[in-house]
Design a protein around this ligand. Structure first.
Ligand code: NAD
Ligand code: TYD
Length: 378
């Protein structure tokens, strides 16, 4: 495969995937297709924007005609689809936008890819539609921590300890879909459409479901970057409910590496779960973030613990997510490269060293980056 569209490449995970592919595969043409919503920021890709194998195209994934034309012009043989509305709280306030982009947008890409690939003499040979999804489609797991096993509060606890920290059931590739939020419902629906295009038309597709990502370039509306930014500015840290919900955290570069491995070696029509065996209660991860940020800022230990502010719980707040990624590890040899301790330290350091990025994103100045780089179009 040579000509690849990565949708949502200006977002958090997408920018890491674009960077990895542009740097690792100089022989590929990488097209970053993004609408540049509030979550898209071309400043995330400053270091690759001048590379000869990289191109940015501003486009809405719901624009069927434009996408079909782009596929023809660029003779696209691979699509890695990350563009989505991705924040659960926004989906609770505005579900329609999530249905439009995540469901109709994905369907639009699938249909355009189908028409273009079926028009070629080789048809689907050597083609791939790779859809990036979330573990949230599986719903929520029970908290049934085995008797006598204390949850690991240390960042140095092993993966195995963290994996079995809060329950003995996990999300497997075979787990039944049971989404609860408008976000996860829209992602579940898009996953079904992707599989339907394989089963009905024979399109080569792969779907992966990943756990919560953390790392550089995440929009500061999600837990970890929001809290780092608030600690930096000594603003309250809004903890939903009792802070008891459990999430399974993976460093974003490990997700990008998994996407690379699966794009090149994954089996058509398969699903792979991606996760780092790294379960944390929100309140515990929040304490780690406060301690680490305070230490890196040279503040007294636990100085900012008093910023913790318990607020009304999120509606329909899923109790626990925990991914079993054994299939990916066994079949394709991928494993997380970082212990959480190292990943969170690197992440917090990055935000503190890139305060300008944080300030641009929170002030909205980043929205002008496209106009500055590419000239005003609208
Ligand atoms: P993000 O919100 O940071 O980025 C989304 C990107 O998609 C942005 O650049 C945005 O401009 C673009 N976009 C949104 N609507 C668009 C449209 N209509 N047309 C074209 N582009 C559009 O999201 P993220 O956290 O990087 O997530 C990327 C993908 O990974 C999503 O599909 C998400 O569901 C999935 N995922 C995320 C996580 C996580 O922890 N962040 C975990 C598992 C899976
Ligand atoms: P988030 O980063 O929004 O990811 P997701 O909802 O996709 O898991 O939230 C992670 C967890 O942190 C989730 O249980 C909700 C909680 N949370 C807070 O307690 N306060 C906040 O301000 C945010 C954004 C999230």
């Amino acid at each position: 495969m040579r000509n690849i569209i990565i949708t949502g490449g200006a977002g958090f995970i997408g920018s890491h995937v674009v960077r990895l592919f542009v740097n690792k595969y100089p022989e590929y043409n990488i097209i970053n297709l993004d609408k540049l919503t509030y979550a898209g920021n071309l400043a995330n890709l400053k270091d690759v924007e001048d590379k000869p194998n990289y191109k940015f195209v501003k486009m809405d994934i719901c624009d069927f005609d434009a996408f079909y034309k782009l596929m023809q012009e660029e003779q696209i043989d691979g699509i890695i689809h990350l563009a989505a509305e991705s924040h659960v709280d926004r989906s609770i306030k505005d579900p329609f936008t999530f249905a439009r982009t995540n469901v109709m947008g994905t369907l639009s890409l699938l249909q355009a890819a189908k028409l273009y690939w079926e028009s070629l003499p080789e048809k689907y040979e050597g083609k791939l539609f790779y859809h990036i999804s979330t573990d949230e489609v599986y719903g929520a797991l029970e908290m049934n921590r085995p008797e006598g096993v204390e949850p690991p509060f240390s960042t140095t606890a092993s993966s195995a300890e963290h994996h079995h920290a809060y329950g003995d059931d996990f999300f497997y590739e075979t787990t039944k879909y049971n989404p609860h939020s408008p976000y996860s419902a829209s992602k579940a629906s898009s996953d079904h459409f992707v599989r339907a295009y394989h089963d009905t038309y024979g399109m080569p597709t792969i779907v992966t479901n990943c756990s919560n990502n953390y790392g550089p370039y995440q929009f500061p509306e999600k837990l970890i970057p929001l809290f780092i930014n608030n600690i930096r500015n000594r603003k309250p840290l809004p903890v939903y409910g009792k802070g008891e919900n459990v999430r399974d955290w993976l460093f974003v570069e490990d997700h990008a590496r998994a996407i690379d491995v699966i794009f090149h070696g994954g089996k058509i029509a398969e699903t792979y779960n991606i996760g780092g065996f790294n379960e944390w209660k929100n309140i515990d991860i929040i304490k780690v973030v406060i301690r680490t940020t305070d230490r890196l800022l040279g503040r007294a230990e636990d100085e900012d613990m008093n910023l913790i502010t318990y607020v009304t719980d999120r509606l329909g707040h899923d109790a626990r997510y925990a991914i079993d990624s054994t299939k990916l590890q066994k079949e394709l040899g991928w494993e997380p490269s970082l212990q959480f301790e190292e990943g969170i330290e690197r992440t917090i350091k990055w935000y503190l060293e890139n305060e300008e990025w944080l300030d641009n994103v929170t002030s909205g100045d980043y929205l002008n980056y496209y106009d500055t780089m590419y000239g005003k179009t609208e």
